[in-house]
Design a protein around this ligand. Structure first.
Ligand SMILES: Nc1nc2c(ncn2[C@@H]2O[C@H](COP(=O)(O)OP(=O)(O)O)[C@@H](O)[C@H]2O)c(=O)[nH]1
Ligand SMILES: [Mg+2]
Length: 521
């Protein structure tokens, strides 16, 4: 296989895989897979020194076969008005030329090979093609299949129909990849103005200096037409040097065409700068979603707190007296995430897709990576809320708050005990001293003061403890809010992971495309 054939093969495998993964649109993949490399030498067993491949193409009855017979100097091709249109491609080739087995993409079953022994025409392989304006569309397909194997296309028209000729669009598609000669046959009915008009038409179609010949092939041909010039043109094209040069040009065109296909594939993957821009905008939409999610889940969080704490919080003084918040069991289903959040997530991801589309990035892989259902946003947020809530209920408040509360609670027992010990010591002292001096016995004032000290030593730490006691209700509210935020974090960490994987895949495609097309650089 030639370098170009290898490159095309690699590019086709690449495009097929990239299409399957959604990185390349089907139009681009199709353009790559249906691309037919131009190489007439493939028809010959000895691909290096091969004859010029010349094909006649045009509508019914324009005189393709007559022209071929005239060029060949004998009736090699069937021609005539009252005969079935030829259904196949016929190759007329000298008996010495060894043909290769025909490439697979050619319609072999509709191809005939006829040998001749005219030495003068050894350097040309003629191809007579079916009429391209036939109602049988396979005729046109046959011509198309043969296109890549032709060096010189002789486009035959008649003076009557050259303007609405069916071959015009084929000419447009293939004009850069072949050498063309144009023949207005049936010139006995033609007018010099038509020649000028046809030439102008070709110029307008992008063909500069077209080789136009006007011929009259009735009864073996006229002496006064351009047939001699056409013959010379063909002879000059089939000279080895000219042919080698034409094939070099064709290889260069081939390379440019492959480069353009590779460029199209690369463009389908989107620009790297656009990808970074898209990622930045995706992060911005994430940030907005997190803010909105806080608002969107407010009602469901409040409902949850009401379920958990069915009673109003006891007032401070009742709390001092030991009245506690009543906590119900955690609900089995944590429904912080609501359908509103699902809608919000869907529209957020849609925004990211629009940003990707604005950045001309391929949407298919992004669309599947950013499918809201696969991201399990509700699960991420509900789980995070449950976790935060359980932690908050088992240890409400912050660390300092809990330390002060524990210290104050301990003091509600320790301080009255200390006071009791101190009162006891004083009572004992008073009792001992009272034995020698009855005035030292403890009086009513001491009793009053001791009771007050006891009450104070118990009440003061109890008030402080209640003052700093972390509220489970407030802790639950804060936990649910934090849970939503951390759930959003988890959700977008998943998104980010998926996007990174996609970016990696895209980079891999870029580098394998680069590897596949190194010969074109
Ligand atoms: N008047 C006229 N008839 C021609 C000319 N060339 C071919 N014909 C006739 O046109 C008919 C169709 O020719 P043919 O070569 O079979 O056309 P094809 O279908 O393009 O191969 C035949 O009857 C030819 O004799 C020409 O220059 N002038
Ligand atoms: Mg014919």
């Amino acid at each position: 296989m030639s370098d170009h054939a290898n490159t095309l093969h690699a590019l086709q495998a690449w495009a097929e895989q990239a299409r399957r993964d959604g990185w390349v649109d089907s139009a681009t993949a199709e353009a790559v897979s249906t691309y037919q490399p131009h190489d007439p030498t493939k028809l010959f067993a000895d691909g290096t020194t091969s004859p010029l491949v010349l094909a006649f193409f045009g509508g019914t009855g324009v005189g393709k076969s007559s022209l071929l017979n005239r060029l060949a100097g004998s009736d090699v091709a069937k021609s005539g008005v009252v005969r079935p249109t030829s259904r196949e491609v016929t190759l007329y080739v000298h008996e010495d030329i060894e043909l290769a087995s025909l490439p697979e993409d050619l319609p072999v079953e509709h191809t005939r090979i006829k040998r001749h022994n005219q030495h003068a025409h050894r350097d040309t392989l003629w191809i007579d093609t079916p009429d391209i304006d036939s109602v049988v569309t396979t005729h046109r397909d046959q011509v198309l299949a043969w296109m890549p194997y032709i060096d010189l296309l002789v486009y035959v028209v008649s003076p009557e129909r050259y303007r609405d000729d069916a071959g015009w669009d084929l000419l447009q598609q293939h004009r850069h990849r072949h050498d063309w000669a144009f023949v207005i046959n049936h010139w006995d009915r033609g007018d010099p103005a038509q020649r000028a008009d046809f030439t102008a038409l070709l110029n307008a179609g992008g063909i500069d200096n077209p080789a136009v010949f006007c011929t009259d092939c009735r009864n073996g041909g006229s002496d006064t037409d351009d047939f001699g010039a056409l013959q010379q043109h063909v002879a000059s094209q089939s000279e080895a040097v000219a042919l080698a040069e034409a094939r070099r040009r064709s290889a260069a065109t081939e390379r440019a065409a492959l480069q353009s296909l590779a460029g199209r594939c690369e463009a389908a993957l989107g620009r790297t700068a656009d990808w970074s821009e898209f990622e930045a905008s995706a992060r911005e939409t994430e940030r907005r979603f997190t803010t909105h999610c806080d608002t969107d889940t407010l009602a469901s969080r409040e409902r949850l707190v009401r379920q958990l704490f069915p009673d109003d919080p006891p007032p401070f003084w009742r709390r001092v007296l030991g009245k506690r918040e009543r906590v119900a069991a955690l609900p089995e289903v944590m429904a912080v995430w609501t359908p509103r959040c699902t809608e919000r997530l869907t529209s957020t991801l849609d925004e990211s897709l629009i940003a990707a589309s604005d950045a001309s990035l391929p949407l298919a892989p992004l669309r599947s990576a950013l499918a809201p259902a696969d991201l399990a946003g509700g699960q991420a947020i509900d789980n995070a809320c449950l976790e935060a809530l359980s932690a908050a209920l088992s240890a409400p408040g912050n660390r300092l708050q809990r330390a002060i509360y524990r210290a104050a609670s301990a003091l509600t027992v320790a301080l009255p005990l200390l006071a009791l010990v101190w009162i006891g010591v004083r009572v004992l002292g008073g009792f001992v001293a009272g034995a020698s001096d009855p005035a030292q016995y403890i009086g009513l004032n001491f009793v009053t003061n001791s009771l007050m000290l006891l009450a104070l030593s118990a009440a003061l730490p109890a008030v402080v403890a209640e003052w700093v006691r972390p509220s489970q209700r407030a802790a639950s509210q804060a936990a649910l809010r934090a849970g939503v935020e951390s759930g959003c974090g988890t959700l977008f960490a998943t998104v980010s992971k998926k996007l990174n994987a996609l970016k990696q895949q895209r980079d891999n495609y870029l580098s394998s495309l680069n590897d596949a097309t190194t010969t074109l650089q």
